[in-house]
Design a protein around this ligand. Structure first.
Ligand code: NAD
Length: 476
């Protein structure tokens, strides 16, 4: 079995205790990782602080060169990284390959973006010269989830390093293996020792020690609302800025005039990608009553025929991340059933047979969902689509905005007025029309309204999260 150490100050660091990593496709342990505690975290933060005194002074062109070299090394090792990602998360191999490509793209993108990230001058009067410039925070802490470990690593680390910060990242305990590999590639690419550290371990110990450390200057958190709230408190206690990329309950809203040939596959992919374990999963189908029956019938037929299998066999649908997660999904489905919703297809775990030891769950379509019930309101994080019909655009807007979340939304219509009105009125960080997602969306600012979080990552906007603006005023 693989032993994976933490990566601190460019060295592999082992700990007395270790944490097991399971393959969700088989339920078997595939690795043991370091279980970091306060001592390892402190060592990592001190290494980052020391490195940050130099790294922030490195010329932007040189920082960009190193980021581009990291991207090259990720491309060189793409097949291995994708295999490891598929193994630890259960995602189908082709999705993991796509994730590896996007991981490299983040480093290339932020290398270019930082080279043209300028301050401005402010023409106050003839006797004063005023300008702004962007400075790094210093030491940034990054806590990430298990669903897209490589992509989220890259989207938070690449802009932070590009702006001149030094980083300490804690990956999720379920899927820490690729983060450690990526950090060692960054070092191979020429990143100075201490500029990027990965501390593996559990949230309540390693995560809490990192986000509660006195010498960090910024926190970038991606994960659940529940943990986001704890971490936001930790940031508030020390009055440091934080970016919160939290959960979602995103609607796909289908109008009567939608082109169903495009809509049906779009809606299906939005919920089945990564087995529904995507923050921006389209987990609610709000559908005009006139096309409700045809949409439900077509989706049910497709769900019944989805090929399910172990990640490395590259099926259409892999397992959920853990037994606990599968139990959580099951309990949402059971509660929906007992509240009178109709399970059109699916609704159960895959027990027994060759897949019986993995954490598989059938693609599940639930109709007649009360939009204010648990399954209509809460993030399930599984391949479960909840359907609610609407009568007119006002009701569609009300339903779309009727949860605590506001991450993304999809709108399917041929009417340009309906499309624009929905973009205006739906409270979400991204609204897609006649598509869903944007091929990874590295270039597009991403983040939530309401409890889906605050701050933005991705796109050129993402650089600003990792910098603070300073104004210089010179009397002439
Ligand atoms: P989680 O909140 O349980 O864990 C996320 C990370 O926080 C893990 O690394 C975990 O170890 C750590 N953590 C847990 N408790 C902690 C504590 N007390 N202090 C510090 N760190 C702690 O989330 P998860 O189950 O790993 O991921 C699923 C969630 O992530 C979903 O809600 C999903 O929507 C969200 N997510 C959001 C985005 C986004 O960009 N908005 C992207 C992916 C996932």
């Amino acid at each position: 079995m693989k032993q994976t150490a933490a990566f601190i100050d460019a060295e592999s660091v082992e700990t007395l205790n270790t944490a097991a990593v399971l393959d969700p496709s088989s339920g078997k342990a595939i690795a043991q990782t370091a279980d970091c505690g306060p001592d390892e975290i402190d060592r990592a933060v001190r290494a980052a602080r020391r490195a940050s005194r130099q790294w922030r002074r490195v010329a932007v062109a040189e920082r960009a060169r190193i980021l581009r070299r990291i991207a090259e090394l990720i491309k060189r090792d793409e097949a291995d990284l994708a295999r490891l990602e598929a193994l630890q998360t259960g995602k189908p191999l082709k999705q993991a390959r796509r994730d590896a490509e996007l991981t490299a793209r983040y480093f290339d993108f932020y290398a270019s973006a930082v080279e043209t990230h300028y301050g401005s001058s402010i023409p106050l009067n003839a006797d004063t010269m005023i300008f702004t410039e962007w400075e790094p925070h210093g030491v940034t802490a990054h806590v990430i989830p298990w669903n897209y470990p490589m992509q989220i690593f890259a989207r938070t680390i690449a802009p932070a390093l590009a702006m001149g910060n030094c980083c300490v990242l804690k990956p999720a305990e379920e899927a820490p293996l690729t983060a450690v590999r990526l950090a060692s590639l960054a070092f191979e690419a020429g990143l100075p020792a201490g500029a990027l550290n990965v501390v593996t371990g559990y949230g309540e110990t390693a995560g809490a020690a990192l986000t509660g450390h006195d010498d960090i200057d910024h926190i970038s958190f991606t994960g659940s609302v529940e943990v986001g709230r704890i971490i936001a408190h930790a940031a508030a206690n020390r009055v440091i800025p934080a970016t919160m990329e939290l959960g979602g309950k995103s609607p796909n809203i289908v109008f009567a005039d939608a082109d169903l040939e495009r809509t049906v596959p779009g809606v299906i992919n939005a919920i089945l990608q990564n087995a529904g374990q995507t923050c921006s999963a389209g987990s609610r189908l709000l559908v005009h009553e006139s096309v409700h029956d045809v949409m439900v019938a077509r989706i049910a037929q497709a769900f019944a025929n989805v090929e399910i299998g172990p990640a490395l066999n590259d099926p259409a649908l892999g397992p959920l991340i853990s037994k606990t997660q599968r139990g959580r999904v099951m309990s949402f489905v059971e509660r929906a059933r007992s509240h009178g919703a109709k399970i059109v297809v699916g609704g159960d775990a895959l027990n027994g047979g060759v897949l019986g030891d993995g954490f598989f769950f059938q693609p599940t379509l639930i109709d007649n969902v009360d939009p204010y019930s648990a399954i209509g309101q809460e993030e399930v994080f599984g391949p479960v689509l909840a359907v609610t019909p609407f009568r007119d655009i006002d009701e569609a807007v009300r339903l779309a905005n009727g949860t605590d979340y506001g991450l993304v939304a999809g709108v399917w219509t041929r009417d340009i007025g309906t499309a624009h009105r929905m973009i205006r009125e739906v409270l979400a960080g991204q609204v897609f029309v006649n598509t869903y997602g944007a091929s990874g969306g590295v270039e597009l600012p991403f983040g939530g309204f309401k409890r889906s979080g605050y701050g933005r990552e991705k796109g050129a906007e993402g650089l600003r999260s990792f910098a603070q603006i300073k104004t210089g005023v010179v009397a002439l």
